[in-house]
Design a protein around this ligand. Structure first.
Ligand SMILES: NC(=O)C1=CN([C@@H]2O[C@H](COP(=O)(O)OP(=O)(O)OC[C@H]3O[C@@H](n4cnc5c(N)ncnc54)[C@H](OP(=O)(O)O)[C@@H]3O)[C@@H](O)[C@H]2O)C=CC1
Ligand SMILES: O=C1O[C@H](COP(=O)(O)O)[C@@H](O)[C@H](O)[C@H]1O
Length: 493
């Protein structure tokens, strides 16, 4: 069982407190941290949004959210009651200069040196105005931090504009750009795998590794988020942030220390070493898809347009596969194949590190085909790792070789609940630790690599390829990797 180190007493102001993210993710995460005693007595959550309501109305809504999104056996009525008592509501329009009295008077109830976390769970176009208004009303103290949800902007220019606006009010160490994948236990474990073990680091390069695959599959469609998603698409929603962060952790050099800037310097180098795609290469190196009607988990589901309620066709991709390469000695000619999509057959996030084939074998042909080794890192669900190896099949006959896996299930190894990513990240904001958050230059470098792809798609002006819900995306995504004589790892999960 991991140790729980209490943080200092804090006030966490959540803008967007009536929204999906707050109700589905942030309140359950905060409940767990309060329940486990990590949030000290006296800490408060101040829920802020434009809707008219009082503390009591908000607590009722929050309780319903907990009932829905926290496992029944983790809902202790006494703990729920204590948690709800820490919730307060302030009606405020973050974009308006006036009407901040309620929030300011709640904040004034705490000592001036109390840690203040301003969590912006609103649309990103409000980040600048909210920060400006907080500053204008003198709400930003030296102990304040601001948390920015993704996406930071829609493209490089809008990301820069947001970073400039927020940066004119908060210093960089006070700014927490969240990428919740970095809060996942198994994603943090990539750092342990690479830098707390001897065996892998020596093999972690183009001499031994043939290619890397990163798959993030989701079975859900766009759910209630069609308005946002249709302006975004899979490349902006998943690749620009989560998947490039995974790629960074896999590809980066060893940081000098486990400090925030050391780690982020190394991730930044990876982002800057991504080979830019020229417009004529985008067609070859990327595949876009959009789901149509099909079946997921044996249940018929509608296509994207029906989910959106759209009458017109949409050019937004719900699936993307791409081949990325890095300009570096370590990764010379080692492709990183990325794919992600909605309405795929499985909810699974997995990394495959495929080692090179043996250059020579002593075994006769009838011993069986030698499969190259592969390290399969399962990020979710069934978190764990498997190292695929060739072994001798037991038996007194001839020598037959078969691929078997050295398998570690983290659940079996640790027998503990995996905290949600937001639990860890919220506590890190209170602690002031930016290690697992993105620095401004990382976000902008990621946009810098993504933007030419978006531009080339836009210039071509075609629609994404259709794929049936419940399939692994358009067949062109299979061709993308098979053209190189490789294949997507299929035994997922
Ligand atoms: N939902 C998710 O799973 C994820 C969301 N995100 C990001 O988190 C952010 C929030 O997303 P989500 O919760 O889905 O969005 P929602 O549309 O569900 O919620 C938006 C929230 O913002 C509030 N709001 C809107 N305008 C203002 C304003 N002017 N002043 C104060 N509050 C305002 C709304 O309340 P009211 O109308 O009462 O003011 C509501 O509480 C977005 O940036 C999204 O991209 C990131 C990852 C996952
Ligand atoms: O940020 C986002 O992530 C979720 C997937 O997160 P996971 O933790 O469930 O893997 C995705 O559904 C959503 O579209 C995206 O905005």
């Amino acid at each position: 069982m991991a140790r729980i180190i209490p943080v200092d007493t804090f006030d966490c102001v959540v803008f967007g407190a009536t929204g999906d993210l707050t109700l589905r993710k942030l309140l359950p995460a905060l409940y767990h941290r309060f329940r486990d005693g990590q949030a000290p007595e006296g800490s408060r959550i101040i829920a802020a949004a434009r809707s008219e309501m009082d503390d009591s109305n908000y607590r009722t809504r929050a309780e319903a959210a907990l009932q829905r999104h926290v496992a029944k056996d983790e809902l202790d009525p006494e703990q729920v009651r204590r948690f709800l008592a820490c919730l307060h509501y302030a009606q405020v329009d973050g974009a308006a200069e006036k009407g901040w009295e309620g929030l300011l008077s709640l904040l004034a109830e705490s000592p001036p040196d109390r840690i203040r976390v301003f969590y912006l769970a609103t649309s990103p176009d409000l980040y600048g105005p909210i920060c400006r208004n907080l500053a204008a009303h003198g709400a930003i103290t030296p102990q304040s931090r601001v948390v920015l949800e993704k996406p930071i902007g829609h493209d490089l220019a809008s990301a820069r504009a947001i970073n400039d606006e927020v940066g004119s009010v908060f210093a960089e160490p006070q700014i927490f750009r969240i990428d919740h994948y970095l809060g996942k236990e198994t994603v943090q474990n990539l750092l342990a795998l690479r830098f707390a073990n001897t065996i892998f680091e020596r093999l972690w390069n183009a001499d031994v590794i043939d290619h890397v695959q990163i798959t993030v599959g989701e079975t859900v469609g766009v759910e209630g988020r069609g308005g946002y998603y249709d302006r975004s698409g899979a490349l902006r929603d998943m690749v620009q942030n989560h998947m490039l962060q995974l790629l960074c952790l896999l590809a980066m050099e060893s940081p000098v220390t486990f400090g925030a800037d050391s780690l982020r310097d190394e991730k930044l180098k990876v982002l800057r070493s991504l080979k830019p795609m020229a417009p004529h290469e985008v067609e070859q190196l990327t595949v876009r898809g959009q789901y149509i009607r099909g079946a997921v988990d044996g249940r018929p589901v509608e296509g994207y347009l029906a989910d959106l309620g759209a009458e017109e066709p949409s050019r937004t991709e719900t699936f993307v596969a791409l081949k990325a390469e890095l300009n570096s000695r370590r990764w010379a000619n080692v492709p990183f194949y990325l794919r992600t999509g909605k309405r795929l057959p499985q909810k699974v996030s997995e990394i495959v590190v495929q080692f090179r084939a043996l250059p020579f074998t002593i075994f006769p042909a009838d011993a069986g085909t030698l499969q190259p080794n592969a390290l399969i890192i399962r990020l979710q669900p069934e978190e764990g790792m498997r190292l695929e190896m060739m072994t001798k099949e037991p038996g007194p006959g001839g020598l037959h070789l078969r691929q078997t896996g050295l398998d570690i299930s983290f659940e079996k190894a640790f027998g503990t609940r995996y905290p949600d990513a937001y639990e860890r990240l919220l506590m890190d904001t209170v602690r002031g630790s930016t290690v697992l958050f993105m620095r401004r230059d990382e976000v902008e470098a990621a946009w810098g690599w993504i933007e030419p792809i978006l531009d080339a798609w836009e210039a071509k002006g075609d629609t994404p390829r259709p794929y049936s819900a419940g399939s692994w995306g358009p067949t062109a995504s299979i061709a993308l990797i098979e053209r190189d004589g490789r294949t997507w790892h299929e035994d997922l999960g």
